[in-house]
Design a protein around this ligand. Structure first.
Ligand SMILES: Nc1ncnc2c1ncn2[C@@H]1O[C@H](COP(=O)(O)OP(=O)(O)OP(=O)(O)O)[C@@H](O)[C@H]1O
Length: 250
C-alpha cells in the first residue's frame, strides 16, 4: 500500500501542492485528473523524488520517508520502488530499444548481462515490440517509443508505476496502442498511478479516480460515482467542460 500524507510543494512563492493525502492499495489503478496547472505532474514527480517535496510523508509498504529531511539512502530506495513513464518517453537516444530496457536491469538491479537481455526481450515482446529490439528511438513511432518506456518501467519491478500523461505527446492514431498496453498490465495487478486527460480511459481502467484542482484533492472515489454523480461543483464543471470539448472535437 502507498500512503502520501501532507505532501506539500512550492516553487518559490507558488504553492503547487497544498498538503496532499492519498492512499493507493496494492494492485489498484488510480487516475489523477484535473485542469492544467493543478499540480498533477508535480505530485507524481514528488512520489519518486524527481521533485523534492517541501513537507509530508511517503510510505510504500513498511518503508517510510519523511520528506523534509530524507536520508540519501531513503531517496534511492524510494526511486527503486517507483518507476516513471514520462510524457516525452525519455529514452536514451543512442541506445536501442533492447539496450534501453536492459540499462536499468544492469545498472540498478545489477543483473548479469545475459539475464538482463533475456528479461528485456520478454518485456519488449509483452508490449508488442519483439520485432524492434535493435531499433533506435529515432526509428520508432511515438507509440512504440512509449511502449519501450513502459517495458523499461516494468523491468525495474517497482512497487508502483507512475504514468505522467503517457499519451499526450502522441498523434491521435497512436494513442490506442499505448492505452491497450497499459490496460493489459493493469489487469496483471500492477499498482499504478496515472495522470491523464483521457477521460474514457480513466473511467474504464482506473479503480479509483482523484480529481485535483489548485494543488489540492477536491474529490476522489470510484469511477462510476465520480463521473456520474460528482459531489463537488468544481468536479462537475471540469467533467462537463471535458464532455463538451470531446463532443466538439467529434
Ligand atoms: N520546475 C518548476 N519550476 C517552477 N514552477 C513549476 C515547475 N514545475 C511546475 N511548476 C508550476 O507548478 C504548477 C503545477 O504544474 P504541474 O505541471 O504539476 O500541473 P499539471 O496539473 O500536471 O498540469 P498539466 O495538466 O498542464 O500538465 C504550475 O503553475 C507550474 O507552472
Amino acid at each position: 500500500m502507498i500512503k502520501l500524507r501532507g505532501i506539500t510543494k512550492a516553487f518559490g512563492r507558488n504553492a503547487v501542492l497544498k498538503g496532499i493525502d492519498l492512499t493507493v492499495e496494492k494492485g489498484e489503478v488510480v487516475a489523477i485528473l484535473g485542469p492544467s496547472g493543478s499540480g498533477k505532474t508535480t505530485l507524481l514527480r514528488c512520489i519518486n523524488y524527481l521533485e523534492k517535496p517541501s513537507a509530508g510523508e511517503i510510505s510504500i509498504g513498511e518503508f517510510r520517508v519523511q520528506c523534509k529531511k530524507p536520508a540519501k539512502k531513503d531517496i534511492q530506495a524510494l526511486r527503486r520502488k517507483t518507476a516513471m513513464v514520462f510524457q516525452q518517453y525519455n529514452l536514451f537516444r543512442h541506445k536501442t530499444a533492447l539496450e534501453n530496457v536492459m540499462e536499468g536491469l544492469i545498472v540498478v538491479q545489477r543483473l548479469p548481462k545475459q539475464e538482463a537481455r533475456k528479461r528485456s526481450v520478454e518485456l519488449l515482446e509483452k508490449v508488442g515490440l519483439g520485432d524492434k529490439l535493435d531499433a533506435y528511438p529515432s526509428h520508432l513511432s511515438g507509440g512504440q517509443q512509449q511502449r519501450v518506456g513502459i517495458a523499461r518501467a516494468l523491468a525495474l519491478n517497482p512497487e508502483v508505476i507512475l504514468f505522467d500523461e503517457p499519451t499526450s505527446a502522441l498523434d491521435p492514431e497512436l494513442v490506442g496502442e499505448v492505452l491497450a498496453v497499459i490496460r493489459k498490465i493493469a489487469k496483471e495487478g500492477i499498482t499504478m498511478i496515472i495522470v491523464t486527460h483521457e477521460m474514457g480511459f480513466a473511467q474504464d481502467v482506473a479503480s479509483h479516480i482523484v480529481f485535483m484542482e489548485g494543488g489540492a484533492v477536491v474529490e476522489e472515489g470510484p469511477p462510476r460515482a465520480l463521473f456520474q454523480s460528482p459531489k463537488e461543483e468544481r468536479t462537475r464543471q471540469f467533467l462537463a467542460r471535458f464532455t463538451a470539448e470531446s463532443a466538439y472535437s467529434i
